[in-house]
Every structure is written in structure tokens, then in C-alpha cells.
Design a protein around this ligand. Structure first.
Ligand SMILES: Cc1cc2nc3c(=O)[nH]c(=O)nc-3n(C[C@H](O)[C@H](O)[C@H](O)COP(=O)(O)OP(=O)(O)OC[C@H]3O[C@@H](n4cnc5c(N)ncnc54)[C@H](O)[C@@H]3O)c2cc1C
Length: 398
């Protein structure tokens, strides 16, 4: 054989496979982004260091999906997430344990009531179906709530819940059907650039070429940024959750208590479509870092808070607890958009406690962004979530 032909064969073997977009992270954000992009005809590769889809923070989420936020950008993205998740089974056939049970933020003091009532105008103007229920209206809807001291609460009937593992798996399967490629147990170690433009990336197993690389690496987003010399203000902190035995339905909607106290900033819980109560709280002070070992402090703390709100929960047995990460941003809102310093490098990071509910709507937005097919509304959302914003705000409903 001619020498040139042999060299050519060698060169083809070592040439990296080429994609339109490479997504780092097969989690709450990476999976739906891959699905939406593949559906639009883009050739997408998703890389994850873990063994299967949704095994990072995604699987720690308790599955709450709400558009009840304080910022219009998050409301709009989550309204779309709710549409996608609530119609998923009818459209694609996978059972994801969806339940439209609504959300209620409850008020047992004047200051929480004023905060919640003060947000309703913006929420309604952003398209959210939400009302204020006074004490008796709320007790009629949630008879299990502690009546003593209750002033009322919000009710947003179209919010809901589903299984993060089932939705992640369903969207992964759908993304594969649409042509996306997923590679697991492969850690991204470097991002290649040429003249300030992304050209691809390297992993511990290979090299891939693409003009666009999306950082959807959750709590590891800053490490990916460092590969390009960039500093992303995302700090992972750890949060615990738990699940009880299943019982007959007695609790709708999801209950959220944003009253600080008992070494916690808030607590939230709801009854799954399958009967168990799942619950979580935000520790105060926060616990920065990546420690995901369960603690013995969590259960006594949250049990006290939950039983105060819904006394009959005292009769339930807890099956297990777990601990995962919130990839926190300084102001409680995600960082989404093209990084101005490296062409082709896109961020979808800092999801805080809302990455699962943002994921499906955000995935579609990411798709429109990389295809430069943004609407005016999309642009306003991206301006609000810009990675270059000043981070002076503070989300009221974190
Ligand atoms: C207790 C608890 C309860 C929660 N409840 C809810 C809830 O009810 N609703 C809600 O919306 N959110 C909830 N959350 C928050 C939610 O889990 C996160 O916001 C969300 O999962 C973040 O999504 P992500 O895609 O950014 O990160 P992840 O889902 O963690 O995905 C990032 C992926 O990137 C991969 N990765 C990282 N670095 C590399 C690398 N170098 N190479 C290759 N792969 C890499 C990781 O392995 C991971 O799979 C909860 C979180 C916790 C801890």
C-alpha cells in the first residue's frame, strides 16, 4: 500500500468526531437541552463523568415543579417546563409520575403574608395562575394544615411534581431517538480554543470537535470555567431530603414554608403521586461544599417543622434520607447565556434549588439560543439571567 494512503488512514482515525454542540453534563439541564437541540436537527454530544443519565444533583431533587417564582424570567421558563412535563406521557408515552397538585406558600405571620402578597402582581403579570387564599379558603383546600395562627397562603393550581429519575430517563431516551449521542463515565478535562473561539474539548477518553460547548456541569460548573481561565460565581452547597412510607392521599398541594427558624431558612414537602411524603429544607447557615453524606441533625429538625405545619404527619414513618447539592448563584437565579470572552462557550449553570423545574423550559431556550432563533421574550429572559449581570438582586422565593 502507498505510504500516503497509510498516513491518511491514521489521520482519519485520530481526527476528533465533530458535532454541532457538545454539552458537558447529563443532568437536569443537560438532558432536556440535548433533547430540544436534537429535535431541531442539531448533531449533539452529551458527556458525563457518571455512569448514566441524571445521576448528579438531578437525582437528589424531590421533584417539585413550580412556576411560582419572584422573577419573570424564571416564571416564564418554568411555565414552559410545566407544559412539557404535564403533557409528556400523552405525547411520548413514558409514565413520569406526573401530578398537578399545585403549590401553596403558607403564612403564619404578617411579614411572610406581606412578602407573598407583594409578589402576586408580578407573578400574575408574567402569566402565572396564582391567587391568595385567606385562612378559611386555604383550610378548605388543605384541611391537614395547622389552623392555629394561619393567616392564609398563595395557591398556584397548575404547579406540580414528577419523578426526576423518570423524567430524566424519559428525556434521555427521547433525545437518543432524535439522534443525540450520550457518552458516560467520561470526564471533561480540557476545552480547546483557537483565536478566542471554542473548537472542541478533551476528556479522559478522547477528543471531540464542536464550535459550541455548553457548560451544564451543575456543582462542577466552576471547574469547567477554570479550564478556560474563567471564574463562574457558582458555589455548591448541600441540602438534605427524605421520604416516608406511602399512605392514602391526604395532602395536596406542595406546602412551602419560607419562615426562617430552627437552623433552617425554609422547608417544603408534598405527597407523591405514589403516596409517600417527600420533604427537604434549606439549612441556615448554608453548608457550602460537596459533602453528600446524610447527617443525624436533619430528621429531628425537619420533623419538628413539618409536624408544626401538618400535625398528622407525626404518625408517618420515614423510609430514608439523602443529601445532594444546590449549585448556588449569588442572587438565587441561574446564569444562562453565551460567555462574552470565549466565542462558542455557553453557560447554563447556577440552577440553585430549581434546576429540575427549570430544565425542560430552559432546554428549549438553549436550543433557540444556539440556533440564533430567539424571540423578543427569550432575549428579555436571557438579559435577566445574563452571566455578566451584577448579581445585586436577591430572589424572594429561593
Ligand atoms: C435535597 C434536594 C432537593 C431538591 N429538590 C428540587 C425540586 O424539588 N425541584 C427542583 O427544581 N430542584 C430541586 N433541587 C435542585 C436540583 O436538584 C438542581 O438544581 C439541579 O439538579 C441542577 O441541575 P444541573 O443540570 O445544573 O446539575 P446536575 O443535575 O448535577 O448535572 C450536572 C452533571 O454534570 C456532570 N459533570 C460535572 N463535571 C463534569 C465533567 N468534568 N465531565 C463530565 N461530566 C461532568 C455531573 O456528573 C452531573 O451529572 C433539589 C436539590 C436537592 C439537593
Amino acid at each position: 500500500m502507498h505510504l500516503l494512503a497509510i498516513d491518511l488512514r491514521k489521520a482519519v482515525r485520530t481526527m476528533p468526531s465533530t458535532y454541532d454542540v457538545i454539552i458537558i453534563g447529563s443532568g437536569s439541564v443537560g438532558i432536556p437541552s440535548a433533547w430540544a437541540m436534537a429535535r431541531s436537527g442539531l448533531n449533539v454530544l452529551v458527556l458525563d463523568k457518571l455512569a448514566s443519565p441524571g445521576q448528579g444533583s438531578n437525582k437528589a431533587a424531590i421533584g417539585g415543579m413550580r412556576a411560582t417564582h419572584s422573577e419573570p424570567a424564571k416564571i416564564k421558563i418554568c411555565l414552559r417546563s410545566l407544559e412539557i412535563a404535564s403533557t409528556w406521557q400523552g405525547t411520548y408515552g413514558h409514565d413520569i409520575d406526573w401530578r398537578t397538585g399545585g403549590y401553596s406558600f403558607v403564612a403564619y405571620n404578617d411579614s411572610i403574608r406581606d412578602t407573598l402578597q407583594g409578589l402576586i402582581g408580578t407573578q400574575q403579570a408574567s402569566g402565572l395562575d396564582i391567587t391568595w387564599l385567606d385562612r378559611s379558603e386555604l383550610l378548605e383546600r388543605v384541611p391537614a394544615l395547622q389552623p392555629d395562627g394561619l393567616l392564609g397562603g398563595t395557591f398556584s393550581p397548575n404547579d406540580g411534581q414528577c419523578s426526576p429519575l423518570l423524567l430524566g430517563q424519559a428525556m434521555f431516551e427521547q433525545a437518543c431517538k432524535e439522534g443525540a449521542t450520550f457518552r458516560f463515565q467520561e470526564t471533561v478535562t480540557d476545552i480547546d480554543t483557537d483565536n478566542g473561539r471554542v473548537t472542541g474539548l478533551r476528556t479522559d477518553k478522547g477528543r471531540y470537535a464542536a464550535p459550541i460547548v455548553v457548560n451544564a456541569a451543575g456543582g462542577s460548573a466552576p471547574e469547567i470555567g477554570k479550564l478556560l481561565g474563567l471564574d463562574h460565581p457558582v458555589i455548591p452547597d448541600s441540602h438534605e431530603a427524605g421520604i416516608t412510607e406511602p399512605v392514602a392521599r391526604f395532602l395536596d398541594p406542595m406546602i412551602v414554608d419560607i419562615q426562617p427558624g430552627d437552623q433552617s431558612a425554609n422547608c417544603y414537602f408534598f405527597q407523591l403521586a405514589t403516596g409517600q411524603i417527600v420533604f427537604a429544607l434549606t439549612p441556615d447557615p448554608l453548608i457550602p461544599g460537596t459533602d453528600c453524606r446524610e447527617t443525624s441533625d436533619f430528621l429531628p429538625l425537619i420533623a419538628k417543622r413539618m409536624i408544626r405545619l401538618v400535625p398528622r404527619l407525626a404518625n408517618l414513618r420515614v423510609r430514608r434520607t439523602w443529601r445532594g447539592l444546590y449549585p448556588m448563584s449569588p442572587d438565587g437565579a441561574p446564569l444562562v447565556g453565551r460567555d462574552p470572552s470565549v466565542e462558542g462557550y455557553v453557560l447554563a449553570v447556577g440552577m440553585c434549588g430549581h434546576g429540575f423545574m427549570l430544565g425542560p423550559g430552559l432546554g428549549e431556550l438553549m436550543d433557540r439560543m444556539v440556533r440564533s432563533d430567539l424571540t423578543e421574550d427569550d432575549q428579555a429572559t436571557l438579559d435577566a439571567l445574563s452571566p455578566s449581570r451584577n448579581f445585586k438582586g436577591n430572589a424572594a422565593l429561593k
